[in-house]
Ligand binder design. Structure first.
Ligand code: PLP
Length: 388
């Protein structure tokens, strides 16, 4: 990283953590293909199995129920499908219900035909509307298969925690399955697949200090499974073929173990820094809006609007001050799009918003720098307004 930069975009991606780096450097010495029966192959297999235990432990799952894939986007495309199997028998999912604030990886509906993707609204507070979900499931055609409900545990833009156990209870009462995108939740709040009553969890390594290009689909059991997305040599018990991305999987496992340790203390420190930042922001610009302020949010995220400041302009202005932050979710090709999350919460689609997201390495100096930049940018906005 260049000198004089402050990285405050941990929800987009986290820097590789020291334990992940060390585990990967060790793994890079191993030449083995985990499917080979010789000693080198068995060593690679053992390292993958260890990572499977580490990832399972992060979410209270059984290690055999962790399928390694190339990331959360692949996990979503794998599990969001009308084609399921119960044991060997085919089982049809009729429709997928996705919340309006899902990441595009889920919102697109995976392998469901777009006509079979139903959006579930959120309340103005940014929380999945449970009565709307209940009503949508109640009015469905029961003769065409099981419904599937896909909801995130923590929103990547606002940091707002979603009532996933309530969503699961509603989905199950209607004979459906629940898929939970836990990408932004792990490492920030305790996540337990059984406590959430989720049927599937989606995880991504690079959001928790592991390498990019690896993630997992975690299931509650093994009886009800989606038809594989990638078929071939039958790796990952046939759920995901292709030689395992062994070095990345090992890094993911080490990162998963690291974020599980000291979860509470680490996040308490992060929350203190985030609160200090927000108090300073309110002082410097009393008209600033902090989205999700009044509801349960993870400790590391601050999603805010400075009236009169566009997302693009704001992002560039902070970048010029040496601060890396983002305008909500990072779109492809660095485009700054409108926030579908704020739109779903009832805001004007043109409302500019910026996201500061902290991580384990964020320091008091980083926050002081971000606040100094904020004060400068907010003030400039004001004087530009007065001059106009
Ligand atoms: N879900 C959420 C909530 C995310 O924040 C992201 C990444 O931005 C994804 C899914 C996609 O993850 P991946 O980059 O592993 O495909």
């Amino acid at each position: 990283m260049a000198l004089n930069r402050t990285y405050l975009d941990w929800n987009a991606t986290a820097p590789l953590s020291a334990p992940a780096r060390a585990a990967m450097l060790d793994a890079l010495q191993l030449p083995g293909n985990a499917s080979s029966v010789h000693g080198e192959g068995r060593a690679a297999r053992a390292a993958i199995d260890k990572a499977r235990r580490q990832v399972a432990a992060l979410v209270g799952a059984e290690p055999p129920h962790v399928t390694f894939v190339s990331g959360a986007t692949e996990a979503a495309n794998h599990v969001l499908t009308p084609d399921f199997r119960m044991g060997r028998a085919p089982l049809a999912m009729s429709r997928v219900y996705v919340s309006a604030i899902e990441h595009p990886a889920i919102r697109e509906g995976g392998r469901f035909d777009p006509a079979r993707v139903t959006e579930v609204p959120v309340t103005p507070a940014g929380i999945v509307d449970l009565s709307a979900l209940e009503a949508l499931l109640a009015e469905r055609d029961r003769s065409v298969g099981m419904p599937m409900v896909a909801v995130m545990l923590v929103n990547n833009e606002t940091g707002i925690v979603q009532p996933v156990a309530d969503v699961a209870a509603i989905a199950h009462a209607h004979g459906g399955l629940t898929v939970v995108d836990a990408v932004q939740a792990v490492g920030r709040i305790p996540v337990d697949i059984n406590a959430l009553d989720a049927d599937f969890l989606i995880l991504s390594s690079h959001k928790i200090g592991g390498p990019k290009g690896v993630g997992a689909l975690v299931s509650r059991g093994e009886v009800l499974m989606p038809k594989p997305l990638i078929r071939g040599g039958g790796q990952e018990k046939g759920h995901r073929s292709g030689t395992e991305n062994f070095h990345a999987i090992v890094g993911f496992g080490a990162a998963a173990q690291a974020v599980r340790e000291n979860l509470h203390d680490r996040n308490a420190k992060i929350e203190e820094l985030r609160n200090r930042l927000e108090a300073g922001m309110r002082h410097a610009a009393p008209d600033a809006i902090i989205h999700g302020e009044g509801v349960l949010r993870v400790a590391n995220t601050c999603f805010f609007t400075l009236p009169g400041l566009k997302s693009e302009t704001g992002q560039i202005a902070f970048d010029l001050e040496g601060i890396a932050l983002s305008a909500g979710s990072a779109c492809s090709a660095g485009k700054v799009g409108e926030s579908h999350v704020l739109t779903a919460m009832g805001h004007d689609p043109k409302l500019g918003a910026l996201r500061i997201s902290l991580g384990v390495d964020t320091t008091e100096d980083d926050i002081a720098r971000a606040l100094a930049a904020f004060t400068k940018i907010a003030g400039r906005r004001k004087s530009a307004g007065e001059a106009a």
